[in-house]
Design a protein around this ligand. Structure first.
Ligand code: TNX
Length: 489
């Protein structure tokens, strides 16, 4: 029998015979006494303790192979499991739970799988039926992009989102940190950005920004859950917050007015002004230094007032600056109209345009990150009645977010160029964590399965049955979610 509560669906999951494992007073998490595993043990005890309503102790031991009532987390040497760095195996018997992986990322996946398998029979106990799960992801990049520029999301709210991402085995948090309406990260070498341009938001709502220590807090909280942060500084368009703070970025030297509307495409930097390249070096240099992950996103979208030659020169400069700071480059699909270094990640989003340019870019060595607006833009309304959200890419019901195939969506795209899938939420109409969760849930679970699960194991009816088991979990966490009529909740 397959396992009815798991999202994303694992490669292999089977019930075993026997009485359930009881998560009770005697249960302990056991890890080897190594720093990264101690932190992971504490995380496991916290995550499993919270869903089972009791506090779980962590013990440090090199063996414990025969103990009862333990949840044993172990790292195996590289290659011991099929499926790469994030693979894991979870075995639940009546007596004990054993989770193995190549490192902490895989063990986090095992822990959340175990968490999804916990049942509450109604007598106050928490139990897990014996089972074995052997699992690994399809795509290396399984992301969520959040626009914290149009409306700011504080550190605590971002941590809630990270927790939900980890629960669905997503591994990349892309933060859209800057836009016309606000600048959300303090950049030490350009301090006016957060000083003069962080208090605004769409509609005059409150703003905010992350200090370097806030940002480090997010990065570490994410890393502990196997999630890497990709910061985006959007250039050369979507820059009114920058030109408002630094007038030397404009041709007449005057700062632009603050902006709180929701038009796009009007603001721009200028490739040939003397202040521009030093600005890029300062900002991307500081951001790269704050970012342990391999990637930095340069934006590049919707620059409606720059001729193609200047745009191409600008993208080349920004990309060179990011590479000089030691990072790999990500940009929105528009950068595919410029010459790119092999390995650059091009993020596909606008399903309304001809895809020729990024098919050509992919053939020339770019990696394609799939964020088709009509499938995974989770700021799109579910249907005409959704009170918040936009609809330029259509309505995106749960089934739309689920039933598509990343490697064949674009004709002629080499399948091996697809690095992964990333959902995106733009926040023109999304003001706070409740709004955000309502747009993410349940669709984020669908996108996570598209990114994790092999196409031959994906089936809408099967998913709809499994996702229905998530509702009580979201309720228990106090998260707002959308009860899609496509699911029998
Ligand atoms: C397009 S997607 C944008 C954003 C908007 C979004 C609204 C992309 C790269 N640019 O600036 O917020 O649509 O859905």
């Amino acid at each position: 029998m397959s396992l009815k509560s798991l999202v994303p669906r694992p490669q292999r999951g089977e019930r075993l015979d026997g009485e359930p494992f009881v998560v009770g007073e005697a249960t302990t998490v056991v890890v080897d006494p190594r720093p990264e595993l101690i932190a992971l043990g504490i995380l496991a005890a916290d995550l499993l303790g919270r869903v089972s309503g009791r506090s779980i102790e962590v013990r440090y031991a090199d063996d414990g192979a025969a103990d009862r009532d333990v949840i044993r987390l172990r790292v195996l040497e590289e290659g011991a499991l099929a499926g790469g760095a994030e693979a894991y195996r979870l075995r639940v018997t009546s007596d004990r739970v054993d989770a193995v992986a190549h490192g902490t990322a895989g063990l986090v996946h095992a822990i959340v799988t175990l968490r999804q398998l916990i049942e509450h029979p109604g007598d106050g106990s928490s139990v897990v039926s014996p089972a074995i799960v052997e699992d690994a992801p399809r795509f290396a990049w399984r992301g969520l992009s959040i626009d914290v520029a149009r409306h700011f999301l504080g550190v605590d709210a971002v941590k809630v989102v990270i927790g939900v991402m980890a629960h669905y085995k997503l591994n990349t948090l892309h933060l859209h940190l800057t836009d016309d309406q606000g600048w959300r990260l303090h950049v030490p070498s350009r301090p006016q950005l957060s000083r003069l341009s962080s208090e605004t938001s769409v509609n005059g709502d409150p703003g905010g920004f992350y200090t370097p220590s806030d940002y480090a807090d997010i990065v570490h909280y994410a890393a502990a859950r196997g999630i890497v942060v990709v910061p985006e500084i959007d250039v050369p368009g979507h820059v009114n917050a920058a030109t408002h703070a630094y007038g030397d970025l404009t041709p007449d030297g005057e700062p632009t007015d603050a902006y709180t509307g929701i038009e796009v495409g009007f603001s721009r930097l200028h490739a040939d002004l003397p202040a521009t390249t030093p600005f890029l070096e300062a900002v991307f240099g500081d951001v790269a230094a704050m970012t342990p992950g391999e990637y930095v996103h340069i934006g590049g979208d919707e620059v409606l007032t720059m001729e193609p030659g200047e745009y191409a020169r600008f993208v080349a400069t920004a990309a060179a600056v990011v590479r000089a700071a030691g990072k790999k480059v990500v940009g929105w699909q528009e950068i595919a109209h410029t010459p790119l270094e092999p390995g650059t990640v091009v993020q596909y989003w606008d399903t309304r345009v001809e895809p020729d340019a990024f098919v050509a870019a992919a053939r020339a060595g770019a990696k394609i990150l799939m964020s088709p607006g009509s499938r995974v833009y989770l700021d799109m309304k579910y249907d005409a009645n959704t009170e918040i959200g936009l609809d330029w890419a259509g309505h995106v019901e749960l089934r739309d977010a689920y039933e598509w195939e990343p490697t064949t969506l674009i004709d002629g795209l080499p399948a091996e160029s697809v690095i992964g899938v990333e959902a995106a939420v733009w926040t023109e109409t999304i003001r706070d964590l409740d709004d955000l969760m309502f747009m993410l849930l349940p669709r984020l679970a669908a996108v996570a399965e598209v990114a994790w699960t092999a196409p031959e194991s994906r089936d809408w009816d099967d998913f709809a049955a499994r996702v229905s088991a998530q509702g009580p979990f979201w309720d228990r966490l106090g998260l707002r979610w959308y009860a899609s009529p496509q699911v029998d909740w």
